[in-house]
Design a protein around this ligand. Structure first.
Ligand code: PDD
Length: 284
């Protein structure tokens, strides 16, 4: 069945959706995006995603064509039109199209807005029971990873390399330290039981799921340290996991073919996943 998608003010079947070949999103990846998860037909942590979208636009000087309220209404309409119960909504906003290819641009250019739904099992994911395997991979991305742009070629190449190596994903490494997962934030639990994750900076995306988890951890009594950690420290950790809107929390059970802890999904990762899902369902 064809999805109904949103393009610049119109709801159309996906086969009829069109964007110009001169769109700067297509030519230069001059675009920002957000992925909001949907559970029980409801948007999860959407205010955070739309606030980050506004920030990404501000940082790049891309015009927001609508208010956050209007965006939410478009997202809800797409959920209804596509009968989406579980999965996500992808939203992309490009700087727009000036009718030719030119590196520079006018400030007044009208942005292009595209949204579509993706049905996916988020709660009963097989990755939860067995965990995922990651490989370490050099982080060759630009220096403003806090801005959620569609310039994702380094992540695509890294994930492809992980799949070719029989793994599920990557942990990206810069100067010996883990920055993030291929499309997620990265965490370890030390042998002493402290949760460690990289502090917020321009080096990583400020995950909306990460922000929610950091609040929820406080109620569990688990100590948090926001600091850099190396891949070697991660390999010696008791647990490792990732978070994102498309995974919530997935345990990492192996890094570069070495088991993390006992090679099984960690109990803190699974507990945080459960609390996150319960809270999201209760507050959406
Ligand atoms: N990616 N770090 C990177 C590099 C990401 O691409 C993502 C999300 C995250 C987690 O952010 P959040 O919790 O707000 O989803 C961290 C999305 C899901 C994607 O590109 O599909």
């Amino acid at each position: 069945m064809e999805r109904i998608v949103y393009v610049n003010g119109a709801y159309v079947p996906e086969s009829e959706a069109k964007v110009s070949i001169f769109d700067r999103g297509f030519l230069f990846a001059d675009a920002v995006y957000e992925v909001t998860s949907v559970l029980d037909g409801k948007l999860i942590d959407n205010a955070g995603h739309l606030a980050r979208l506004e920030r990404s636009c501000r940082e790049l000087g891309i015009k927001m064509p609508t208010t956050a309220e209007q965006l939410t209404s478009i997202q809800q309409t797409l959920i209804e039109k596509n009968h989406l119960v579980e999965g996500g909504i992808y939203l992309q906003l490009t700087r727009g199209n000036e009718g030719d290819r030119d590196f520079s641009y006018q400030d007044a250019i009208e942005p292009t807005l595209v949204l579509f739904t993706q049905a996916k099992q988020l709660v009963d994911s097989p990755k939860v029971k067995h965990g995922i395997k990651v490989i370490s991979f050099g982080d060759i991305r630009w220096k403003r990873r806090d801005i959620k742009t569609t310039s994702l070629l380094p992540a695509c190449l890294a994930k492809h390399a992980a799949h070719a190596a029989g793994a599920d994903d990557v942990w990206l490494i810069e100067d010996g330290y883990v920055t993030e997962g291929g499309s997620s934030n990265a965490y370890i639990v030390t042998q002493e039981g402290t949760l460690v994750t990289r502090p917020l900076s321009h080096d990583i995306l400020h995950g909306i799921t990460r922000a929610a988890l950091m609040k929820l951890v406080q109620d569990t009594g688990v100590a948090i340290e926001e600091r850099l950690f190396t891949i070697e420290e991660a390999m010696q950790a008791k647990e490792a996991f990732i978070s994102s809107a498309t995974t919530f929390v997935w345990p990492v059970v192996a890094i570069d073919d070495q088991p993390v802890g006992d090679g099984q999904p960690g109990s803190i990762a699974l507990q945080l996943r459960d609390i996150y899902i319960q809270t999201a369902r209760a507050h959406s």
